[in-house]
Design a protein around this ligand. Structure first.
Ligand code: IPD
Length: 269
């Protein structure tokens, strides 16, 4: 018998409701001024009172709507349990943009069933733009079904990326870029991985890659990108993970991944 409690469409409806309320909180707290700023892994890796408040709100809302499911969040880690459904949330992806008032920060929320993302929403809290996907059901911005770039030539590709917070890692990432930048059309760095993946999903950039992403950075955006037709994976045949995530149209995934591998983009600190 079908288990309706893990139906992707039903999980997406809950995700969208919860993410919209969370985005409202993030936006209204930003309007009141950023507070409670502290640092995490390095002096430039910030967390604000809003990051914490939004995650607490998401965990509480999911607890009310889906008691028994577990949640993994950026600020408070994981909740205990062995439920089939795990929610993965970045309460404010793009915290540095949030700090500076740049309108490129998002609530990112995915539902995984047995470890596989099946429903996803990314909502730009500053603008209200919203992207969704269900596994096998396509990716959408609002009601518009998304199709990734049809680019076939890496030399013509606009490629987004991001940097970690650790200085040594950033130096390595910058070295990779000095080599890559002559092999592609150009590079973009917007500051929120989930939104980068959504941009790739709608062809706003041709491809995206980043080393060091955590599950909350890419769980939702990764599904949205894949459902829009991008190949999402790691280097040398590995799945996307902490060492590397590449999202690119089928024709340029291989050439881009090969170059990144040659430049040791998944290596270094
Ligand atoms: C960060 C952003 C950024 C990416 C970093 C992430 P946060 O997430 O997504 O674009 O380059 O790797 O850590 O800290 O703003 O939630």
């Amino acid at each position: 018998m079908t288990d309706t409690t893990v139906d992707p469409a039903g999980l997406l409806a809950i995700a969208v409701t919860v993410a919209r309320e969370a985005a409202d909180t993030a936006r209204s707290m930003r309007a009141e001024g950023v507070s409670g700023v502290t640092t995490k892994s390095t002096d430039t890796d910030v967390v604000t009172a809003a990051d914490r408040a939004v995650e607490r709100q998401v965990v509480a809302a999911l607890g009310a709507l889906r008691p028994g499911d577990t949640v993994l969040g950026e600020e408070y880690g994981g909740t205990d349990g062995d439920a089939r459904v795990r929610w993965v949330v970045d309460p404010i992806d793009g915290t540095v943009n949030y700090l500076y008032g740049l309108p490129q920060y998002a609530v990112s929320l995915a539902a995984e069933v047995d470890g596989v993302a099946v429903a996803a929403v990314v909502r730009n809290a500053a603008t209200g733009d919203e992207w969704t996907a269900t596994l096998g059901g396509g990716a959408f911005r609002g009601k518009k079904r998304l199709a990734a770039s049809a680019q076939t030539d890496l030399a013509q590709a606009l490629v987004a990326t991001g940097f970690g917070y650790d200085a040594k890692r950033r130096a390595h990432q910058a070295e990779v870029l000095t080599r890559l930048i002559t092999r592609v059309r150009d590079i973009r760095r917007f500051g929120a991985a989930s939104l980068d993946l959504c941009l790739a999903a709608e062809g706003g950039v041709d491809a995206y890659f980043e080393k060091g992403l955590n599950p909350w950075d890419h769980a939702a955006g990764g599904l949205i990108a894949a459902e829009a037709g991008l190949v999402v994976g790691g280097l040398d045949g590995r799945p996307a993970g902490l060492d590397m995530l590449v999202a690119a149209p089928p024709a340029i995934f291989g050439p881009l991944a090969d170059l990144l591998s040659e430049f040791d983009a998944a290596g270094g600190p």
